[in-house]
Design a protein around this ligand. Structure first.
Ligand SMILES: Nc1ncnc2c1ncn2[C@@H]1O[C@H](COP(=O)(O)OP(=O)(O)OP(=O)(O)O)[C@@H](O)[C@H]1O
Ligand SMILES: O=c1ccn([C@@H]2O[C@H](COP(=O)(O)O)[C@@H](O)[C@H]2O)c(=O)[nH]1
Length: 236
């Protein structure tokens, strides 16, 4: 029996690159979608937010002199591209998906309308929320927290390149140790950068737990959905 009825899955944009230098690696996106399909087959309602780090990050644009808000809009458009690729791969793998954008771009995808998103979820469709929150100076982690709260998800699952929350960035500090559980207050006070502070604070205030786990580990998503102890649980 799955542990949840409805989940918000935050997929790493960067992980989509696979072993490539940027962009979308075909084998990687197919593997991710197949893992999502296994979860939908358990009857869990799945909404997805995907990042844009494989294509563009606003902070990177801002750091080379671009207007930060303009750079952030480019980042949000990058997430639209990833969302389209994800939904198309879902179609090929037999999943019915709908992309909803926080930025008006109606010739390409439909706009985000909360009741419509809820209807799709109830119908068993996977909903992919594109363009983050629609606002610059935010991230797709915050979009995941926001949409997760809006749709009444029971948990936000952050599928990323590391297998949990560590005492420091494990990519920079090999002596960092992994928590199996950590409270929001501790994660925020220790300034752990695995998610941005806005996302942590929003989930804490809405009492919406987050589980951080590795998208690179085969079967991890299904294990998390089945309530197994995978990665790190961030709790109130
Ligand atoms: N304390 C920490 N514990 C775990 N990971 C950390 C920590 N501090 C920093 N990180 C880094 O955070 C990264 C995950 O967050 P990040 O938002 O950069 O990526 P993502 O969400 O996977 O990608 P994208 O933004 O493209 O969706 C990890 O790859 C890890 O290197
Ligand atoms: O609500 C949002 C979400 C994202 N952005 C911009 O997009 C990029 C890519 O998102 P990641 O979460 O970093 O993968 C982000 O760096 C921002 O520039 C945004 O402005 N608002």
């Amino acid at each position: 029996m799955p542990a949840y009825k409805r989940i918000l899955l935050k997929l790493s944009g960067e992980a989509l690159m696979g072993d490539d230098a940027f962009g979308i690696n075909r084998a990687t996106i197919v593997r991710m979608v197949q893992e999502i399909r296994e979860v939908t087959q358990t009857g869990v309602e799945v909404a997805v937010v995907i990042g844009g780090g494989n294509i563009f990050r606003g902070v990177a644009g801002g750091s080379v002199g671009m207007d930060r808000a303009t750079a952030d809009y480019m980042g949000m458009l990058a997430t639209v591209m990833n969302s389209l690729a994800l939904a198309d791969t879902m179609r090929q793998e037999g999943i019915v998906a709908r992309v909803m954008s926080a930025i008006g771009i109606e010739q390409v995808v439909e706009p985000y309308v909360r009741p419509k998103a809820l209807q799709y979820l109830e119908e068993g469709k996977v909903v992919v929320f594109a363009a983050g929150t629609g606002n610059p100076f935010f991230t797709t982690d915050t979009a995941a927290a926001l949409r997760g709260a809006e749709i009444g998800a029971e948990i936000v699952l952050k599928a990323t390149k590391v297998d949990g929350v560590y005492s420091a960035d494990p990519k920079k500090d090999p002596s960092a140790t992994r928590y199996s559980r950590i409270s929001f207050d501790d994660a925020i006070s220790k300034n752990l950068q695995v998610l941005d502070a806005t996302a942590f604070a929003l989930c804490r205030d809405q009492k919406l737990p987050i589980r951080v786990f590795s998208i690179l580990k085969t079967g991890a998503l299904k294990r998390v959905v089945m309530g197994e102890d995978e990665g790190t649980l961030v709790h109130v």
